[in-house]
Design a protein around this ligand. Structure first.
Ligand code: DC
Length: 222
């Protein structure tokens, strides 16, 4: 049987960085489910659909063919045959993803794809509902979080390093708003699974967090 580690938590907690490190260390495949919601959001934007048009989102998601491949150890997301990795990291797509991911038809389609991937491969999968909905029988479940101030500071440092001018208070407010939306939606809200281990990365280095998760996984499978 294939192995699975589920990592859930709010935006900016460091899930993808940590999940990639853990996957590399254990020889698992890293699956970034947020990228799938982003590809779906990109498709909605391409079709001129607004976040509040839920009937159109339900109808349109049926013709979005989203697939995942791993090339040179990196996840590549294809939307109707096109590699969209370079198009899904914008604020516009992120905001649309947060809105369109509340839709039950979008979620059903992507959850099915995620479950299929984990059936045949050892995965470290990150998202918002992996431990609760997608992989309820995962070998280890982690709820990774950090304070909103720390998450805002990390994002601020990242943007500043890229030469982007930004305001740390605005970033923190965006983070708090997005947490609220992700935690209060009707279907599969972000919450800690009952059997997940809480890891607060506010005062930890990336290496410490990755090592903690690997130890939790090893303890669980013993
Ligand atoms: O992790 P991210 O920022 O790339 O995710 C983009 C949006 O997708 C996020 O606002 C919530 C949604 N999402 C979700 O609802 N369920 C997941 N498993 C992953 C992401």
């Amino acid at each position: 049987m294939s192995k699975a580690i589920a990592i859930d938590g709010p935006a900016g907690a460091g899930k993808s960085t940590i999940a990639k490190m853990v996957a590399k260390e254990l020889g698992f495949i890293y699956v970034d489910t947020g990228a799938m919601y982003r590809a779906m959001a990109l498709y909605m934007l391409k079709n001129d659909i607004k976040p509040e048009e839920s009937d159109k989102i339900s109808a349109t998601c049926k013709s979005a063919d989203i697939t995942i491949k791993h090339e040179d150890g990196q996840q590549v997301v294809y939307l109707n045959g096109e590699n969209v990795n370079g198009l899904i990291r914008t604020e516009e797509v992120g905001n649309m993803a947060s809105a369109s991911s509340v839709n039950g038809d979008v979620r059903a389609k992507l959850v099915e794809l995620q479950q299929k991937l984990a059936q045949t491969t050892d995965v470290v999968m990150d998202g918002r509902d992996i431990g609760t909905v997608v992989l309820p029988n995962a070998d280890a479940k982690i709820y990774l979080t950090a304070s909103s101030q720390v998450r805002a500071k990390r994002r601020f440092d990242e943007l500043t390093a890229k030469g982007v001018e930004c305001d740390i208070d605005v970033i923190e407010k965006d983070i708090i708003d997005r947490d609220y939306r992700d935690m209060h939606r009707e279907i599969s809200p972000l919450k800690q699974a009952e059997d997940a281990v809480l890891v607060d990365s506010s005062d930890m280095t990336i290496e410490e967090v990755a090592n903690t998760i690997i130890s939790i996984y090893k303890e669980k499978i013993e």
